[in-house]
Ligand binder design. Structure first.
Ligand code: AMP
Length: 214
């Protein structure tokens, strides 16, 4: 299974990606997570990405495409993968198509998680992330038992710079202008499957598995 997950920020891509990757036994490749890991360990790539990420802008394609092309050469991606957060514009989608065409391993499907904008703002503004293990919490919908501490590993929770007020609206605008066009692109390629991403996490996972198994 070679899968792309697409949807606005806050659609729950990261959460669903973990369950789907485990269900289909494929690696979860999140470009946002790779950038954050590089940022945390202070690499040149992390430094390059930081200004764009903090502002809710896309990291330039030259940097992102090379990073993804390299990640797809790792042995664990040979039997399939789940891309989360890539591609984020039509140019990236075209590069991905070329990379995969060279290996004669085209995408199996593109799963769109659909959710309305009001709900997204609620989800993102209350989102808190564990600095240690990366687990995602929510100040209302998924509270940890002790405020600002991760139940899974006792790490500190923080609010991502790009989950703050103004940046959220900017990310949504970037999504509408740059990322949404990939939905039409994949529809025309006959790869698009759209499901509603509202309801409980397990309901959405079940919906996704059923849609992908058809
Ligand atoms: P995410 O965790 O997917 O919301 O990504 C966080 C941030 O990383 C985005 O707002 C972008 O700044 C950057 N990023 C992640 N994936 C990409 C991509 N495919 N192209 C450009 N920038 C990206």
């Amino acid at each position: 299974m070679r899968l792309v997950l697409v949807g606005p920020p806050g659609a729950g891509k990261g959460t669903q990606a973990q369950f789907l990757a485990s269900h289909f036994s494929i690696p979860h490749i999140s470009t946002g997570d790779i950038f954050r890991a590089n940022l945390k360990s202070g690499t040149a790539l992390g430094l390059k990405a930081k200004t764009f990420m903090d502002a809710g802008e896309l990291v330039p394609d030259s940097v992102t495409n090379e990073m993804v092309a390299d990640r797809l050469t790792h042995a664990d991606a040979e039997a399939g993968f789940l891309l989360d957060g890539f591609p984020r514009n039509v140019a990236q989608a075209q590069v991905l198509r070329e990379i995969l065409a060279q290996k004669s391993t085209p995408l199996t499907a593109v799963l769109e998680l659909a959710v309305d904008t009001k709900e997204i703002v609620l989800r993102l503004s209350g989102r808190r992330t564990c600095r240690n293990c990366g687990k995602v919490w929510h100040i209302e919908f998924e509270k940890p038992s002790t405020e600002n501490l991760c139940d899974a590993c006792s790490g500190d929770l923080y609010q991502r710079e790009d989950d703050k007020g103004e940046v959220i609206s900017h990310r949504l605008q970037v999504y509408a202008e740059q990322t949404e066009p990939i939905i039409a692109f994949y529809k025309s390629e006959g790869l698009l499957i759209t499901i509603s991403a509202t309801g409980s996490v397990s309901e959405i996972t079940a919906r996704a598995i059923s849609a992908l198994s058809n």
